[in-house]
Design a protein around this ligand. Structure first.
Ligand code: ZN
Length: 353
């Protein structure tokens, strides 16, 4: 079977004909074409499946090439508020999420209700704001002209975990300002490398504006000009999601929200499907009536000795409320008493137990 598939792939390089496909179909054994194993209520009970559970969207900023003992703050925080973290702390966080049964999905997939996580596991989303150079620090170009990434920058560490845990589904969304990643000579190569290697780029406004201090025209310029830059370098490959600088405006009813979500700039219209707040807690399942993609909360990924909604506190809270997958992204599986909380905007098959 394997041999035939390889042959087919080679043939495909030169254009597949329907005859070749048919031949492969005939060669398939009964075992290979059988349906995936149907789960029973017992499987759902044993795994405590809950697809109306909460999903953590982690908010990072800078990752500094330091040990935790090099900082004067707790748990690898580089600044007082923990917006900046050490590379040691980031590695520890990624290890912690993995060991606690979390698997990464992209923010874009979450917003679209595509939660592809194996049975019994929970989704987690990683985001970075501000396009800091330590998110993906380029140290030079190799002989092919490809970027060489500092292994202790955020992407360097994410790539390390991509190889360490093949089932971690490593991905993250980077929200950039007008200066992109602050490495003018490499910015274009960086954006292309990221989207070609399973990462996403989103919009954090041109000048990191506080939307409560500007009018409608300035708001549209701040959002539209970043989309325009991304359009030139990675057309159709970035995500139409805005991370609100400072989490502002803090109220979804604010006048500027409609200009953030529906922006006219330089003769073009840009629709934004999600705006991200600087939150404190995990978000609702995209299948819940509480889900509102226009205003999503995030968890500040920092250490505060288990209080003030730091990582430890949030993941303790999530123990009882987390989203737990049935392993099939096309179904919504929940306990019977929760069915009335579903808002099935993605038209998935609903299974109760
Ligand atoms: Zn920011």
């Amino acid at each position: 079977m394997k041999k035939i598939l390889i042959l087919l792939c080679l043939l495909c390089t030169f254009g597949c004909s329907s005859k070749e496909v048919e031949e492969v179909k005939e060669e398939k054994t009964e075992e290979e074409i059988k349906e995936p194993v149907k789960l029973t209520s017992e499987d759902y009970v044993n795994n405590n499946v809950n697809e109306l559970g909460e999903v953590p969207i982690m908010m990072y900023h800078g990752i500094h090439d330091k040990k935790n003992s090099d900082t004067e703050y707790t748990g690898g925080n580089v600044d007082k508020d923990g917006y900046q973290r050490t590379s040691e702390a980031f590695r520890n966080d990624l290890e912690f999420y993995y060991n606690n049964g979390y698997r990464m999905i992209s923010l874009d997939d979450y917003v679209d209700g595509n939660i592809d996580v194996e049975l019994g596991k929970s989704p987690i989303i990683i985001t970075f704001d501000d396009g800091l150079s330590n998110n993906i620090k380029v140290t030079g170009l190799d002989s092919n002209g490809d970027i060489i990434i500092d292994p202790n920058s955020a992407v360097g560490i994410l790539e390390e975990f991509k190889h360490k845990y093949k089932d971690y589904n490593v991905t993250a969304t980077f929200f950039v300002n007008g200066g992109l990643f602050g490495q003018p000579e490499y910015n274009e190569k960086i954006l292309k490398w990221l989207v070609n290697n399973g990462y996403d780029i989103g919009n954090h406004t041109y000048s990191h504006v506080n939307f409560t201090t500007v009018g409608s025209e300035e708001s549209q310029k701040e959002v539209g000009s970043v989309y325009e830059i991304l359009d030139k370098i990675i057309p159709n490959q970035y995500v139409n999601i805005v991370a609100l600088p400072f989490g502002s405006p803090y109220n979804i009813e604010h006048d500027n929200m409609k200009y953030i979500l529906d922006t006219n700039y330089n003769g073009k219209n840009y629709k934004t499907k999600s705006a991200l707040r600087v939150g404190w807690k995990a978000e609702s399942s995209p299948f819940s009536k509480d889900f509102n993609p226009s205003f999503l909360k995030r968890i500040r990924a920092y250490d505060n000795n288990g209080v003030e909604f730091d990582i430890e506190m949030n993941f303790k809270l999530l123990e009882n409320t987390r989203y737990i997958s049935d392993g099939d992204k096309n179904t919504i599986v929940v306990k019977k008493d929760k069915e009335s909380s579903i808002n099935n905007i993605y038209n998935k098959e609903i299974i109760t137990y």
